[in-house]
Design a protein around this ligand. Structure first.
Ligand code: PA5
Length: 423
């Protein structure tokens, strides 16, 4: 189970202050459990059984099994909340021997789309268009291009290779019925960035060979912890309280960092979750991420000595389960101090050294997870979602809307001549 610790020589975060902040916001935790003050059309993710229950998991496993048999590649068409969770799991947990997962519907770049289409040449493939409202331009345009590619390859049989994940009653469902595509429900009562544990996040993961039952199992475990642990031991409340204390102390940026590159795409999910949930009404911590140790050689300089605007949150892994010896090869290379060590020793030493150095200058939180596996990803999705709701509550903003995202879209639709545009 995930654990929160911290190191801070600035004195802004102490055990005492954190405990007091968690106690102060204990009513927020109690209210969240009852969904008090939360939009009921956005809290479906709290009921895991509703959108990731036995029927859903079995259906997803069966569809994924068919795709694994008949395809070399599976194209996920989606943007933001419609692809970030799946991508984070696939990039970290994909098992060998399963179809390649290809991402589309997240760009408007012709070179990128052409590259993606070229990568499909000579491959059998399926597509899944994931779009809550089926109005977003990137997935809409990519769906059109990929339907054409499928039709050119498979002729009249192409609809059997098209899946679409949209809300019940949406134009996307109507289109599926008319064209004979497979339709999967996008939860009506969950906003994009909270849909990791539903058809949205779980089908691509299942196609990649990820055990989606273990993912949902991990999320269930975290939900139990968040619902049962008292404020002073509650990981989601403590993390939210620490962030809020630091926000009140003047910090404006939170940097999530890990020494495990497997989290490289998880960062994007985390950034979207907090940026869209909290960044409104002139408030919020700006979420950024850094892949260590690589970026210690770039942003590390700023973290240690630049403007004091950020604090760090490390995502630390207990046991990777992998070894790589650095046994000497007989060449005198000046790295004798590595003899008898393993890569794991180096990564652990680098992490500890970074924590020690950085915590002299800025508060450093550490979220420790035991392993990088399905259960951990389930725990992390649930943990951050609950923490984000609590943290948004502390700021006094609605964690489930994203009014700012709409502004540029209206101008873009106008530029493209969309009929219904309305400024
Ligand atoms: O979290 C959200 O609601 C958004 O980021 C959406 O996921 C994103 O805009 C994509 O929306 P849609 O699935 O409707 O195309």
């Amino acid at each position: 189970m995930l654990k929160l610790t911290f190191a801070d020589q600035t004195g802004r975060l102490t055990d005492e202050k954190l405990r007091a902040e968690a106690e102060k916001y204990a009513p927020l935790l109690a209210g969240m459990k009852e969904k008090m003050g939360l939009d009921p059309m956005s809290t479906g993710w709290m009921e895991l059984e509703k959108w990731a229950g036995e029927d859903t998991l079995s259906r997803l496993e069966s569809i994924a099994g068919e795709i694994r048999q008949k395809a070399d590649a599976f194209v996920v068409i989606g943007v933001g909340g419609s692809n970030n969770a799946a991508r984070s799991m696939v990039k970290a947990l994909k098992r060998p021997g399963n179809p390649e997962i290809i991402w589309a519907g997240n760009t408007l770049s012709a070179p990128a789309m052409n590259r993606m289409l070229r990568s499909l040449e000579g491959k059998d493939f399926y597509i899944d268009c994931i779009a809550k409202n089926f109005e977003t331009l990137e997935p809409g345009a990519a769906f059109r291009v990929l339907r054409r590619a499928l039709r050119e390859k498979y002729g009249a049989d192409y609809p059997a290779r098209v899946i679409a994940t949209g809300t019940i009653g949406s134009p996307l469902e109507a289109l599926c019925q008319k064209e004979g595509f497979t339709f999967l429900p996008f939860p009506t009562d969950i906003g994009g960035r909270y849909t990791a544990l539903s058809n949205v996040g779980l089908l691509p993961a299942a196609v990649a060979g990820v055990d989606i039952r273990k993912v949902t199992g991990g999320a269930r475990k975290m939900r139990e912890a968040v619902y049962s642990l008292p404020p002073g031991e509650n990981p989601a409340l403590l993390y939210a309280a620490a962030r809020h204390l630091l926000y009140e102390a003047g910090y404006r940026v939170e940097m999530l960092a890990s020494f495990e590159p497997a989290f490289g795409w998880f960062y994007k999910w985390w950034i979207q979750l907090f940026a869209e949930s909290e960044g409104k009404e002139g408030k919020g911590l700006f979420p950024v991420a850094s892949a260590y140790s690589e970026e210690l050689h770039s942003v590390g300089q700023f973290v240690q000595e630049g403007s004091p605007i950020l604090f760090e949150t490390f995502l630390e892994v207990g046991e990777t389960g992998e070894k790589l010896s650095l046994a000497p090869d007989g060449v005198s290379d000046g790295f004798d101090y590595l003899d008898g060590k393993d890569y794991g020793d180096l990564n652990a030493a680098a992490a500890e050294a970074t924590r020690t150095a950085h915590s002299r200058r800025l508060p450093v939180l550490t979220l420790s997870v035991p392993r990088i596996d399905e259960e951990t990803f389930g725990e992390l999705f649930a943990f951050f979602q609950y923490a984000c709701v609590l943290s948004s509550g502390m700021l006094g903003v609605n964690p489930f809307d994203q009014p700012g995202v709409e502004a540029y879209k209206r101008w873009m639709f106008k530029a493209l001549g969309k009929r219904e545009w309305d400024l």
